[in-house]
Design a protein around this ligand. Structure first.
Ligand code: ADP
Ligand code: LRH
Length: 466
């Protein structure tokens, strides 16, 4: 593997990055570009700014091409899950991708549950009814604009869409397909019986196969090569297109190994030979997503650092401050209110920040509604959010232990949230098991590891040691 370079394109809900992975004795990550990801309201919906994201990716790839030239062998894309672009039969994008935090899915879960029972999706897929999951977005679209669905030939989730833009080849990668709520749990195909039952039968978008992680799609298109300066022989592969799926590749193997993929969301779970399908697993709100290698990835979505991101926006955009995350962590260390615990999973913290309903005010109101006065300063608010996260981790770890029958041996923290040392300390305190720090750029590293494995440049054993 000496000297080869693979490129990870990794988009999170807060920021995107293009990262070069130099494959030598060790895998070394070098950042080629980073850009903010800012969805905005357009044509009545909250939408991702796909043109801005694409521009950031092209710039990052161009930097990589200049720096590494012919050493670059491949690229793969991962992003947040559940969102998609629809293409018609002539490859036109039917509408700009809607963000999963848009309100269009309001009430859809309740409708599905009333009509088919609360377990209809869980029983077949092991996926929890999260209102933003693709299935509920598609059902919302069917209600508001069925023509868009009828004329769609492909539904490309966001990383599939980017891979298509880079290579010209369309695919539905299986880890991301598993998060839609309508794929078979082993990733072998869309679950057409379930899809038909839910009222989406006969759509062309589901007569497509699913593609494994680590598949060689094609070389970059001539247009991509021209735009970036990349050699036309650079391959576009699939990694685990679901960012969480790529990040948790770095969970150590063995019994009792749990992870938190800590970024905009906190995904807490484990890699398991079998899906966790008991009533207790359902009650614990687990989702059995698919791991890159076909195993199961039971985990729970916890609201994550999203709440802190949005409080920061309140202070910086509305209040005129310019606090960095390390500053907020320092304020939290010396906060006036030390022991308050926010329920970060309360639904009032799902929708993004707005001028009319700023996040810091939401946090203060959440406590006031419970008769508690929270000091209105950055430190106290940040600390209550972090303690809320750590409490959610402690509770979820117990549930995971109980449902899986495995005692936690170690908890690995993966992703940008690991940079928050105070949160790590609180997690250690509340999880009562050894905490190990994984890579801050775990998603890019996992993305790159899958590429290197697919190309025969790294072994499974070596991945386990990354
Ligand atoms: P995503 O890919 O989901 O957008 P990341 O893995 O990039 O998320 O993690 C971003 C989060 O990590 C930020 O919202 C912030 O809370 C936290 N973070 C990043 N850098 C720091 C830092 N230097 N100190 C403390 N927290 C940080
Ligand atoms: C994290 C993530 C998570 C999904 C959510 C939509 O980025 O992919 O795993 O549940 O975004």
């Amino acid at each position: 593997m000496m000297n080869s370079v693979v490129i990870a394109v990794d988009l999170g809900a807060e920021s995107g990055r293009v990262i070069a992975a130099e494959l030598n004795e060790q895998v070394k990550l070098v950042e080629m570009g980073r850009f903010l990801n800012k969805p905005r309201f357009k044509d009545g919906h909250l939408r991702w700014d796909m043109d801005a994201l694409w521009a950031g990716i092209i710039e990052g790839l161009s930097t990589a091409a200049k720096q590494y030239g012919d050493r670059i062998v491949s690229i793969a894309c991962d992003t947040w899950a559940v969102d998609y672009a629809l293409l018609d039969a002539d490859d036109n994008v039917i509408e700009e991708a809607v963000c999963y935090r848009d309100s269009r899915t309001e009430g859809i879960v309740e409708e599905v549950e009333a009509k088919f029972g609360a377990n209809v999706i869980w029983e077949r897929t092991g996926i929890r009814n999260l209102p933003f999951n693709t299935i509920f977005q598609l059902l919302a679209l069917q209600k508001s604009d069925p023509e868009k669905l009828n004329k769609a030939d492909w539904m490309l989730t966001i990383p599939d869409y980017l891979a298509w833009k880079l290579s010209g080849v369309k695919s539905n990668e299986w880890t991301n397909a598993s998060s839609t709520g309508i794929a078979k749990p082993d990733g072998s195909a869309w679950d057409l019986d379930l899809i038909t039952k839910l009222g989406l039968g006969g759509l062309a978008i589901f007569d497509k196969p699913l593609t494994k992680s680590g598949t060689d799609l094609a070389c970059v298109s001539s247009e991509t090569s021209q735009l970036t300066g990349l050699s036309p022989s650079v391959k576009v592969l699939t990694c685990a297109a679901h960012d969480t799926g790529s990040a948790v590749v770095l969970t150590p193997p063995g019994e009792g190994q749990f992870f938190i993929s800590s970024g905009t969301w906190s995904l807490m779970g484990m890699i398991s030979g079998k899906a966790l399908m008991s009533q207790a697993a359902k009650d614990a709100l687990l989702s059995n997503e698919l791991a890159w290698d076909g195993r199961s990835r039971p985990l729970k979505n916890i609201m994550g650092l999203w709440v802190l991101q949005n409080c920061r926006r309140t202070w910086n955009e509305e209040g005129g401050a310019a606090w960095t995350y390390p500053e907020l962590v320092e304020f939290a260390r010396s906060a006036k209110d030390v022991n308050l615990v926010l329920d970060v999973d309360d639904e009032i913290f799902f929708e993004q920040h707005s001028k009319e309903n700023p996040y810091a005010d939401r946090v203060i109101k959440w406590f006031a509604d419970r008769g508690v006065e929270l000091t209105d300063d950055e430190g106290s608010i940040s600390r209550a959010v972090m303690r809320g996260l750590a409490h959610a981790y402690g509770k979820t770890l117990k549930e995971l232990e109980q449902v899986s029958g495995q005692k936690a041996q170690q908890l690995t923290i993966l992703g940008g949230g690991g940079r928050n040392q105070l949160l790590v300390e609180m997690t250690q305190e509340l999880c009562d098991c050894p905490v190990r720090m994984g890579a801050f750029e775990a998603t890019s590293l996992g993305n790159a590891a899958i590429q290197a494995y697919a190309l025969g440049l790294i072994s499974r054993e070596a991945i386990a040691k990354l």
